[in-house]
Write a protein that binds this ligand. Structure first.
Ligand SMILES: Cc1ncc(COP(=O)(O)O)c(C=O)c1O
Ligand SMILES: N[C@@H](CCCC[NH3+])C(=O)O
Length: 420
């Protein structure tokens, strides 16, 4: 467990702020992130990743402007998947030249926006997309820096919804079909083919599938060289798993050192990685308050004020998140509890059969909610999304306000005003 997010004197703290005081100040439910933990995670990557190799934080994991700004100030590049994410990065002070643009279905407008901004690289996922980028770049009289995303057909041994590097998945160009597309990209006048990329999935807990994919990608670099195509950029994506429950963590330092070693045989190649979850997941918690306790025959339902609209991972992937009471002495016990939300769906739960001894009004912390938490939140059931707070030591800063009813209906139109 991170010592920055833990119990101190029996009270659950994010750095030096206890969660009950945070709820009193900012209300419930509430996302809270530890600045210290984000930077610790970021520096761990930097430590094993010598220049000129690059790190592009995957914005989709947590795209709050303050967090992007923090990472930009610490030298981050960014992996984006939409025009919206590009605008966030630029607004937060990220450099367009340090941006790689992933995504299977980039629209014309997104491509124009990215070319205008001068992004570092398009991670192109199909021949059709390559042709579209060529046409748009030609019309704008620009050169588009391009890497081709290859699907290396590696089993990442993760949840099927978040595996991306197997033949059956929609991502990238099949390895067996890739060579002619590289040759085509090499020949197109407004395409500057700089590299290749892959991303085999998310929440991967061992180094083997990563190294397997990396070896396949380096082999591709060698083969293309024989065909007269010299790549200088190899992006191996993100996917670094975090230990949501007590389990053997991914040995990141081993994987990063092995990659750097592999790259020594390819001095022309700059490596890129796109970590998302590994930077922000364990730096964030979702705080929620118990509204009611409802006994049933064999367990209690603990009805809390956060719902699947705020954190969808348990409902979507049956993901396990630790749930801790604000007071350490309420952990454990014999009572079994299902921690469930107010949304009208049976799948609206955060945890089943948890041992807790809690009461109405108690605050709970749902851990590892800093990645794919707020960014996947929705307004389902017309619920405003929670505020976000960044804690550093004793200081807690509001980095996003709670959504109001007016935020929810902004842009909607009645058919006519009452009485008209
Ligand atoms: C292309 C790409 N890069 C990076 C990431 C970030 O992945 P993770 O948060 O697992 O590091 C993803 C998401 O899986 C992705 O699709
Ligand atoms: N959203 C997923 C991971 C998918 C990452 C995006 N390619 C999660 O919450 O674990």
């Amino acid at each position: 467990m991170s010592e920055l997010i833990d119990y101190k004197n029996g009270q659950f703290h994010i750095e030096n702020c206890d969660v009950e005081s945070l709820i009193e100040r900012f209300s419930s439910p509430l996302y809270v992130y530890s600045k210290g933990q984000i930077l610790k995670n970021w520096r761990e990557f930097q430590q094993y990743w010598p220049a000129p190799h690059k790190l592009c934080y995957a914005v989709k994991a947590n795209s709050n402007l303050a967090i992007l700004q923090l990472l930009a100030e610490h030298g981050a590049g960014f992996d984006i998947v939409s025009g919206g994410e590009l605008q966030r990065v630029l607004m937060a002070g990220g450099k367009a030249g340090d941006v790689v643009f992933s995504g299977v279905a980039k629209s014309k407008d997104e491509i124009i926006m990215a070319l205008e901004a001068g992004i570092g690289c398009f991670n192109v996922e199909s021949e059709a997309e390559l042709e579209r980028i060529q046409d748009i770049a030609a019309a704008m009289d620009k050169q588009a820096p391009v890497s081709l995303r290859v699907n290396p057909d590696v089993d990442a041994k993760t949840h099927p919804y978040i595996a991306t590097g197997m033949k059956a998945n929609k991502f990238g160009i099949s390895m067996s079909l890739a060579k002619p597309v590289f040759l085509k990209a090499h020949s197109l006048p407004n395409i500057n083919l700089i590299g290749a990329d892959c991303h085999i999935g998310s929440q991967i807990m061992t180094a083997e599938p990563f190294l397997d994919a990396a070896q396949r990608m380096f082999n591709l670099v060698s083969e293309l060289e024989k065909d007269g195509v010299q790549l200088t950029h190899l992006d191996l994506g993100g996917g670094f798993g975090v230990a949501y429950q007590p389990e053997e963590p991914l040995d990141k330092s081993f994987y990063l050192k092995e990659l750097v070693k592999l790259a020594e045989n390819y001095p022309q190649i700059t490596l890129v990685l796109e970590p998302g979850r590994a930077i922000t997941a364990d730096a964030g918690v979702l705080l929620t308050t118990v509204e009611y306790i409802k006994p049933s025959e064999d367990k209690n339902f603990v009805l809390v004020d956060a719902g699947m609209n705020d954190l969808i991972r348990p409902s979507l992937y049956q993901a396990w998140h630790d749930i801790l009471p604000a007071h350490e002495n309420k952990r454990g016990g014999d009572q079994l509890n299902d921690i469930v939300g107010p949304v009208c769906e049976t799948g609206d739960f955060f945890g089943h059969a948890r041992h807790l001894n809690v009461q109405q009004g108690d605050v709970l912390a749902i851990k590892h909610a800093g990645a794919y938490g707020f960014t996947m939140a929705s307004n389902y059931n017309s619920r405003g999304r929670p505020p976000e707070v960044l804690v550093s030591g004793d200081n807690a800063t509001l980095i996003r306000e709670r959504e109001s009813f007016n935020d929810l209906v902004r842009g909607e139109h009645l058919l006519h005003q009452e009485g008209q």
